[in-house]
Design a protein around this ligand. Structure first.
Ligand SMILES: *[C@@H]1O[C@H](CO)[C@@H](O)[C@H](O)[C@H]1NC(C)=O
Ligand SMILES: *[C@@H]1O[C@H](CO)[C@@H](O)[C@H](O)[C@H]1NC(C)=O
Ligand SMILES: *[C@@H]1O[C@H](CO)[C@@H](O)[C@H](O)[C@H]1NC(C)=O
Length: 419
């Protein structure tokens, strides 16, 4: 049986990767750029400023995003779930950016007496990822980010050819994308004319604002001056969603192990882990490959990094983790006057095994059968803790009862589960 506490052990986190950008927006009129679906960090103002309002401000309609007054902070519900404001460096983080995040923003700062200090504008541009691929070989495999731009180099110089046809071949049905005739210099783009461009000088085909159904097999046929085919080459295009900045969550299991999960949106994410820069070995963290979850052995701590990658990009998140507790402090007086006052790993049953050891035990005299668990330093007891306390109390009572009844073995020994 695993007694599981949803105890969050993580303290501070940073994430970085190809989809992450940061921008110093402390000047008026700054232009900041973020990748679609990625994370953008905006340093809004100097660290000394403590009162501010940050608004989305397209001409006419103003929407408040963030308000900070006397160290109290309110983030608009519309963006709360995917953003965070760091008070210490006045940086606003926005995750999983959307096209509609591209906008004009207005920042107003205030003096501590509430009077306005300054007003600044910032323009945020959210753009799709760009990828490029050399597709001059037959059978090339190319990857494009969903919603982004993909460059396919089809040949070194298209001006050398008399006639070219580039088309999509989906189960026998050909859709011509581009046709070029040297003599007449005719280029037709169909049916996605608004999203494609062909650079004749370097033979590069550009596709914007990619969609999933752009994935597929493409063929390029060259013709000689008589209009006879002089060969066809193919390429496979895969349009995939980039992986977003991963989120880490953790929980303590019984016996001091820690289960950590790393999750990310995107197509075909693959996860890898390091602890203090070292790849985690299977013995430190038996991997659960399907669920991107690892279980760290008891006592491990340090900087844990989860990297998620797919064919498009990679992203990393690191967190400082401290080891999970595996002990509880029991301080009780039995009715015969004997004090039990020690750190125990398990008390009577397995389910009562999860607690923490973060501070020296306190030395209060306790009343009969009372059990103290010290101390969840600052993290706050939750319902489970009270439940477990009650359980320990009841079990101690049973232990004592059994002892008095049988007058044989001592309680902790009798009930120890062998840890
Ligand atoms: C081809 O030319 C265009 C426009 O000058 C440029 O954006 C693109 O990067 C070039 N591609 C290659 C493969 O050189
Ligand atoms: C995870 O994958 C590794 C290597 O592919 C394999 O050795 C290990 O048994 C897998 N673990 C689980 C729990 O499936
Ligand atoms: C009180 O009970 C405990 C076991 O619960 C036993 O170990 C201890 O010796 C007893 N003390 C006295 C003074 O009888």
């Amino acid at each position: 049986m695993e007694a599981v506490f949803g105890l969050l052990v993580m303290i501070a986190g940073v994430s970085h990767g190809m989809l992450t950008s940061s921008c110093d927006a402390r000047e008026d009129g700054c232009q900041c750029y973020g990748a679609l679906g990625g994370t953008v960090y905006l340093q809004l103002t100097d660290t000394t400023v403590s009162e501010l309002t940050f608004k989305k401000d397209p001409t006419g309609v103003t929407t408040e995003i963030l308000r900070m007054r006397r160290n109290k902070m309110i983030i608009a519900d519309s963006i709360k779930a995917r953003s965070e404001f760091f008070m210490n460096n006045k940086t606003f983080r926005m995750d999983n950016t959307e096209r509609t995040d591209s906008d004009e923003y207005l920042l107003e700062t205030f003096h501590s007496n509430g009077s306005s200090m300054a007003t600044r504008r910032l323009h945020l541009f959210i753009e799709g990822l760009e990828t490029s691929c050399d597709a001059r070989e037959d059978g090339s495999q190319c990857y494009g980010a969903l919603g982004g731009t993909v460059y396919l180099q089809l040949m070194t110089d298209a001006t050398r050819y008399d006639e070219l046809s580039f088309y999509k071949d989906s189960t026998g049905a050909k859709t011509e994308i581009l046709k070029m005739k040297k003599g007449k210099r005719v280029i037709t783009y169909t049916p996605i004319i608004d999203r494609v461009h062909f650079f004749i000088n370097n033979g590069t085909f550009r596709l914007n604002n990619t969609r999933r159904n752009d994935s597929g097999e493409y063929l390029l046929t060259k013709y000689d001056s008589e209009g006879k085919s002089s060969g066809t080459r193919g390429l496979q295009l895969f349009i995939e969603a980039p992986v977003s900045s991963p989120q880490l969550s953790s929980e303590c299991l019984s016996h001091g192990e820690m289960r950590v999960s790393c999750s990310s949106e995107g197509d075909g994410p693959q996860y890898s882990w390091t602890l203090d820069g070292q790849t985690l070995s299977n013995t430190d963290a038996p991997p659960d490959n399907k669920t991107n979850t690892i279980t760290l052995k008891k006592g491990l701590s340090g900087d844990l990094t989860c990297t998620v990658r797919n064919n498009i990009n990679r992203n990393t998140v690191s967190r400082r983790i401290s080891h999970c507790p595996g002990l509880i402090y029991v301080n009780c007086t039995l009715s015969n006057g004997t004090k039990i006052s020690e750190w125990v790993i398990t008390l009577c049953v397995e389910s009562a095994t999860v607690a923490t050891v973060t501070e020296a035990p306190t030395s209060k005299t306790s009343t009969e059968h009372s059990v103290e668990i010290s101390s969840w330093a600052g993290s706050g007891f939750n319902v489970f803790v009270y439940f477990q306390l009650a359980e320990v109390f009841i079990l101690l009572t049973i232990c004592l009862g059994s002892y008095l009844f049988y007058k044989k073995k001592t309680c902790p020994q009798e009930q120890d589960d062998g840890e």
